[in-house]
Design a protein around this ligand. Structure first.
Ligand code: ARG
Length: 454
């Protein structure tokens, strides 16, 4: 029998059952549902609705359900439409009458919202750890490349020299923002809906503050209607996961490019690459491609959640059952991608000679313009002078640093012999030691900054 069979004469059709049943998805909530049942039994006891003996029987029954589940001796029946129905049915089979009292003052609406939040609390904690692991792996690599120079790009064209550490720390700073966003989600999740009933709150004197504490929440939710029908925490988490995946996919794209024969900056290990069934020589960056692909999947999950609640009346409706497949998937995929990227970072080999050899000498043009600016020439005029110089260098197939001082002075009389400093990579990086810059001191300061959250 279903939990709600009383007012029905007929039974559900097969196709309705197939559409309605959520057990294969929400079975994941079983450990949380058992905790919620235990806490609710104690709250009912404190409100004199259950005897201490009944609570003991309920706790024993819940324990047995947990053991049966772990041992794989768990047989759902056709009418166990979701995890909550299954637990109540099995509890009643095991302990009889006391099992029939467990749903006093409760609805599956506040129950599922509470189970979901308990699960999300743990998932968010795990995500925080995993984001941190990736941040640590990147920071460790950055530490050994503080003075390694690579071409920095804009528009996929070489732009200015940067340090490899700076590039890697760009990723770490994105992850730091992700970490903060996850912590905000943790705060949003930290309210207990239990006691909200179906819509209006339980009609019994339940101490909701104590109940919330008992379940590990900081406080109870403040409005029963909102608590059972809004899914803001799911939206916040899905948005945060989408941003994480966008970060991962952009770095994945870089790494795919950097590992090509044409760039050759990066060699990825066998652990995170695959071969071709046809072309024996191939080694493909599948880890990065999968991460890039899964980003669209997670963004799709976020889209599902937003369109699910958009325009939904502000009370529980069964549409909300569809929140779980989407958010579970987004969490699973993001976790696996974070772990895969961490492994890819830890096993990556950077070809620093290749990076240095690939530096286009024209990359120092901005430094030459900056030099003239420091000699009192307005930047726009300096930019034009160096533009002409670059044009000349390209037509003559010369490098900027090969011009003699008299040759340079033909472009602008303000050039002096110190202009050679513009073509010294080390000095070029040292000039950028301001906060957030690519200079080695700045990069070290960035690493120090990240130590706090890593
Ligand atoms: N399986 C349902 C869900 O996930 C539980 C709540 C059912 N509530 C109801 N009024 N039918 O949303």
């Amino acid at each position: 029998m279903t939990l709600w069979h009383g007012r029905f004469e007929g039974t559900m059709s097969d196709v309705m059952q197939a559409c309605n049943h959520s057990l294969p998805i929400d079975i994941r909530l079983l450990p949380y549902d058992l905790r919620v049942n235990r806490a609710w039994a104690n709250a009912l006891c404190n409100a004199q609705l259950l005897t201490p003996d009944e609570v003991k029987a309920i706790e024993k029954g819940l324990q047995q359900i947990s053991e049966e589940h772990v041992a794989g001796k768990f047989f759902p029946l056709p009418n166990d439409e979701d995890v909550h129905s299954l637990v109540e049915r099995r509890l009643t089979e095991l302990i009889g009458n006391a099992g029939k009292k467990i749903h006093t003052g409760r609805s599956r609406n506040d129950q599922v919202a509470t189970d979901f939040r308990l699960y999300l609390k743990e998932a968010v904690a795990q995500l925080c750890d995993t984001v941190r692991d990736l941040g640590r792996a990147l920071a460790a690599q950055a530490e050994s490349h503080i003075t390694t120079v690579m071409p920095g790009y804009t528009h996929m064209q070489q732009a200015q020299p940067i340090t490899l550490a700076h590039y890697l720390l760009g990723f770490v700073s994105a992850l730091e923002a992700d970490f903060r966003r996850l912590q905000n989600v943790a705060k949003a999740v930290d309210e207990c809906p239990l006691g909200s009933g179906a819509i209006a709150g339980a009609a019994f004197p339940i101490d909701r503050a104590a109940l919330a504490k008992n379940l590990g929440f900081s406080r109870p939710t403040i409005n029963s209607l909102a608590a059972t029908s809004q899914r803001d925490e799911a939206l916040e988490l899905a948005s945060t996961l989408s941003i994480i995946m966008v970060h991962l996919s952009r770095y994945a794209e870089d790494w795919i490019t950097y590992s090509t024969k044409e760039f050759g900056y990066l060699r990825m290990s066998d652990a995170v690459t695959t071969g071709s069934s046809m072309m024996p020589q191939k080694k493909n960056p599948d880890a990065m491609e999968l991460i890039r692909g899964k980003a669209s999947r997670v963004i799709g999950d976020m889209q599902t959640l937003f369109t699910l609640v958009k325009g939904l009346p502000l009370h529980y409706a069964k549409d909300l059952q569809e929140d779980k497949p989407a958010l579970f998937d987004a969490i699973d995929q993001t976790l696996i991608c974070l772990k895969l990227f961490t492994e890819s970072v830890a096993t990556a080999q950077w070809n620093t000679e290749r990076m240095a050899a690939n530096l286009d000498p024209l990359l120092f043009a901005t430094d030459v313009a900056d030099y003239l600016t420091s000699r009192g020439i307005p930047f726009r005029a300096a930019h034009a002078v160096v533009g002409k110089l670059v044009q000349d260098a390209i037509t003559q197939n010369k490098s900027l640093s090969s011009y003699t001082l008299p040759e340079l002075q033909k472009f602008c009389p303000d050039f002096e012999k110190e202009v050679v400093d513009c073509f010294n990579v080390k000095k070029c990086l040292d000039r950028r030691n301001l906060i957030g810059g690519t200079g080695p001191l700045s990069v070290q300061a960035q690493i120090k900054h990240h130590e706090k959250w890593l």
